[in-house]
Design a protein around this ligand. Structure first.
Ligand code: SAH
Ligand code: SF4
Length: 365
């Protein structure tokens, strides 16, 4: 079977070159062809010797997951459903803004953490994505958005920011995610700054500590509740890693982080976690943690059992945080017409756990 070179970061590629009897430094040239130029055809890598190109063509491929569907929303948001084999699909979303283009990447097929308001969580867990399936989303998006961008052009890449906020819990697929992050940051690959790459986690504390040591990028933490009783219900992993310990882990993380604050994500659920009293409790809770808040109006999906908070509740909640000096943004709902918002990235998961006897399902959109 051929080796997929999208599975390797710089170190891995150098190791592969040694294995096939080539000089490891050649790997750098290859890395640039693959990731900076989006080249998938060894024949087009003009500065590599013909023998090396032939050898690579005989042993390796450069292959991202293939696209099942491609939707463009009226506001410019793009969503791709990518096939990851065996009846599974994952979603990748591109969100253009005036001064940046953000790609929202998936890390797992499904998710085991079962947050009650999350469509991915409702589907159960199938498997971790491989490195090529994770970085392949970025590789593919840059190609699709720019057209095939030959040569050494990197400046005009469409994707300037990456958020690991698609399907799955990135820190539950630690090694593969870190290898993909290495490539995002590598100057010979995507050259993104640590500040422009964000990992979002529901709060896997030991993995947050490992990320801090291995690859500190910007951190977003899905808080969603101001106390353990409520968070236990919404984010069940809270029973294992409760809020006080989570906040301490955030503070440790900040010692190495490229930004001097953590972003707390807070999904606004009507009548559940969105009162002014909840906002006041939250202000007290985070008073020692340098942070910003991102309020996410709940994105409904069939049979979720939740409703989106009313606009008035969102603004009153935001005002309490802002008056306490906490920088707070309300996430704009983008790509509404193509179900591209957070928590709607349902893709298609063949659920091995058969949670709720759903088996294989595609969430209606
Ligand atoms: N597993 C990671 C990252 C993926 S989810 C995490 O939980 O942080 C990205 C964000 O979308 C998280 O903050 C998550 O809680 C939020 N989210 C999930 N379902 C949602 C929904 N239906 N509406 C709004 N936000 C949702
Ligand atoms: Fe998993 Fe994140 Fe969804 Fe929770 S919110 S189930 S951690 S993807």
């Amino acid at each position: 079977m051929s080796v997929n070179l999208l599975d390797f970061d710089a170190k891995g590629l150098a190791g592969f070159f040694t294995e096939i009897g080539e000089k490891p430094f050649r790997a750098r040239q290859l890395l640039r062809w693959i990731h900076r130029c989006g080249q998938a055809d060894f024949g087009g890598m003009s500065d590599l010797a013909k023998e090396l190109r032939d050898k690579l063509a005989a042993t390796a491929v450069i292959e991202s997951p293939h696209v099942i569907s491609d939707h463009a929303a009226a506001d410019g948001t793009r969503k791709w459903l990518l096939s990851v084999g065996a009846d599974n699909g994952i979603e990748t979303v591109y969100i253009p803004e005036a001064n940046r283009g953000t790609l929202c990447i998936s890390s797992q097929v499904g998710c085991a953490l079962a947050c009650t308001f999350c469509s991915t969580g409702r589907q159960g867990f199938n498997r971790n994505l491989t490195v090529s399936e994770i970085i392949g989303q970025l590789w593919w998006a840059n190609k699709a958005l720019a057209g095939a961008f030959g040569g050494e052009s990197v400046r005009d890449r469409a994707v300037t920011n990456v958020v690991m906020m698609g399907m799955g819990e990135p820190l539950a697929n630690f090694e593969n995610v870190v290898t993909a992050l290495d490539l995002m940051l590598d100057d010979n690959a995507y050259g993104l700054s640590r500040r422009r790459v964000t990992v979002s986690t529901s709060g896997l504390i030991p993995a947050m500590d490992r990320l801090r040591e291995r690859c500190p990028v910007a951190l977003a933490v899905s808080l969603h509740a101001p106390n353990d009783a409520l968070r236990d219900q919404l984010v069940p992993i809270n029973k294992k890693y409760p809020i006080k310990e989570l906040l301490a882990a955030c503070e440790r993380y900040l010692q190495s982080a490229p930004r001097d604050f953590v972003t707390f994500e807070y999904v606004m659920l009507d009548g559940i976690n969105d009162s002014v009293a909840h906002a006041r409790e939250l202000v007290q809770l985070v008073r020692h943690t340098p942070c910003k808040f991102n309020l996410i109006p709940f994105n409904p999906f069939p049979n979720s059992g939740y409703k989106r908070s009313l606009p008035g509740a969102v603004s009153s909640f935001r005002d309490v945080l802002m008056q306490a000096g906490l920088v707070t943004t309300v996430r704009k709902t983008r790509g509404d017409d193509i179900a591209a918002a957070c928590g709607q990235l349902a893709g298609k998961v063949h659920d091995k756990t058969r949670r709720g006897s759903r088996g294989s399902m595609e969430v209606a959109r």
